[in-house]
Structure formats: C-alpha cells, structure tokens
Design a protein around this ligand. Structure first.
Ligand SMILES: NC(=O)c1ccc[n+]([C@@H]2O[C@H](COP(=O)([O-])OP(=O)(O)OC[C@H]3O[C@@H](n4cnc5c(N)ncnc54)[C@H](OP(=O)(O)O)[C@@H]3O)[C@@H](O)[C@H]2O)c1
Length: 227
C-alpha cells in the first residue's frame, strides 16, 4: 500500500486530508497533540483505513530529521501552519518566529527529510498547503501573508527542480476555511470552505494522468454572502 504523510493532521484541514487520503494510502499523521492524533488514527481505522501517528513539532529540525529518517513516503502533504493575525506593531518577535518556523522552516525540514527518497525512487508527490493570503495581501497579515507568499515561491521553484526526477509538487491555495485556525471557532461560518473541500482539492491534484502535473490550485468559497 502506498503511504501518505500529512503534517498538522490532528485537526482542521490536515485531519480532513488524512481521512480522505486514507481511502487509498496508509496514513502517517503528524502533529504535536498526541491524543488528537490517536483519535484521528482510530477514526481512520474504524473506516477500514490504516494510520500511524508521529508526535512531532515540525519546527524542530533535529526532531524532524530523527523521526522521518527511515520513512518511505509516496505523498507528502505539508499542511501544518499557524496564523497570528494582528497589526504588525502588536506582533511579538515570538509570534513572528512561530509563524516563520512552522509555516516555512517546518515545510523545508519535512521536505528535506523525505524528498531524497522520492528522487531515488523516481516518484512522489509533495502537496504544500498555501493560501490565497499568499497572493492577496490583507490588513493584519504582514507576517502570515509573507509566509504564504514564500510557500508559493518554494513550491513552484521546487516543482521545476524535481519534475524531471519523477517528483511532483503542487501548492493548494484555499481561501477562508471553517476551522479553529487563527483562534476562530470551527462550525460558525457556513459561507466558508470546509476542510473536506480542501481535501478534495488535494485528492484532485494527486490523481491526474501520468503526463499531467497540476502545480497550483486556488480554492475559494463559491458565495460570500455572510448575512
Ligand atoms: N483555515 C483557513 O481559513 C485557511 C485558509 C488557507 C490556508 N490555511 C492553511 O491550512 C493549514 C491548516 O490550517 P487549519 O485551518 O486546519 O488550522 P488549525 O485547525 O489551526 O490546524 C493547524 C494544524 O497544524 C498543526 N501544527 C501547528 N503547529 C505545529 C507544529 N509546530 N508542528 C506540527 N504541527 C503543527 C496543528 O497540530 P498541533 O497543534 O497538534 O501540533 C494542527 O493540526 C495551514 O497551513 C493554514 O495556513 C488555512
């Protein structure tokens, strides 16, 4: 059975991606919250899938290198992310660093650990969860939007670098998704995309004909009437 590793799989979009991909892949679910990961694994196995968990802070380079060293992964979804949305003059250095280190460093550390195996095997797909904030600036998003702009630059440069080695890279850019992201309460906004909608975008990207590479997917709510 092919394997898919999903970071930030303990809740929200990452959990939905793990559950969707479990229909075809053995899942390796990665996040810091051990109990929540166990619950995801239980849910997947109850539905007939297979799931292992790795409790890991993706911003800890040594821990990532150690935990992922011996893994062979067919699909990697770099989804773990943090958004602290506030005016720049109120953003603490620790809040800046946390967003940079999870959204960017973590994506690099996990990719760096798993990409050599994909290249050696001549196959693999890396899906990075960016955001429309990586294209559209917004008030309060100077740091978060900068990280997501960087996710696009990273993804598309890497896509060009490794496609001839048989490895595909896709960046998925959702608009607003109904999760706990940025301190929101999930379930409160019916106009938003659902985590399951984003999981469908991932499924679409990784299920293309052999000769076709979907490198960028933008997703937004079909209607934004918020009344
Ligand atoms: N929600 C939106 O509107 C939206 C829109 C566009 C893009 N996105 C992107 O979608 C991705 C997922 O967001 P979400 O909405 O699902 O948010 P969420 O509900 O807050 O989930 C974030 C996930 O990231 C994990 N995570 C955070 N820091 C981590 C770390 N240091 N190491 C490992 N895992 C870590 C969390 O797990 P633990 O806390 O257990 O570690 C959690 O599973 C992010 O990259 C976000 O930027 C979200």
């Amino acid at each position: 059975m092919s394997t898919a590793l999903v970071t930030g799989a303990s809740r929200g979009i990452g959990r939905a991606i793990a559950e969707r991909l479990a229909e075809r892949y053995e899942i390796i679910a990665v996040a810091r919250a051990a109990k929540a990961l166990e619950e995801v694994a239980r849910h997947i196995e109850k539905s007939g899938g297979r799931c292992r968990t790795i409790v890991l802070d993706v911003s800890d380079h040594a821990a990532v290198a150690k935990a992922l060293a011996s893994l062979e992964v067919d699909v990697l979804v770099n989804n773990a992310g943090v958004g602290i949305i506030k005016p720049l003059v109120e953003l603490g250095v620790d809040e800046w660093r946390q967003q940079m280190s999870v959204n960017l460093d973590g994506m690099f550390y996990v990719t760096r650990a798993l990409l050599p195996g994909m290249i050696a095997r001549g196959s693999g797909h890396i899906v990075n969860i960016g955001s429309l904030a990586g294209r559209n600036p917004f008030v309060g998003g100077a740091c978060y939007s900068a990280t997501k702009h960087a996710v696009i630059g990273f993804s598309e440069s890497l896509m060009l670098e490794v496609r001839d080695a048989g490895v595909r890279v896709t960046v998925i850019m959702p608009g607003s998704v109904d999760t706990e992201f940025g301190g929101h309460t999930a379930g409160g906004a019916s106009w938003k995309l659902t985590p399951g909608d984003v999981a469908e975008g991932v499924w679409y990207a990784i299920n293309q004909p052999e000769r076709a590479l979907v490198s960028r997917v933008e997703m937004r709510p079909a209607r934004v009437a918020r009344g």
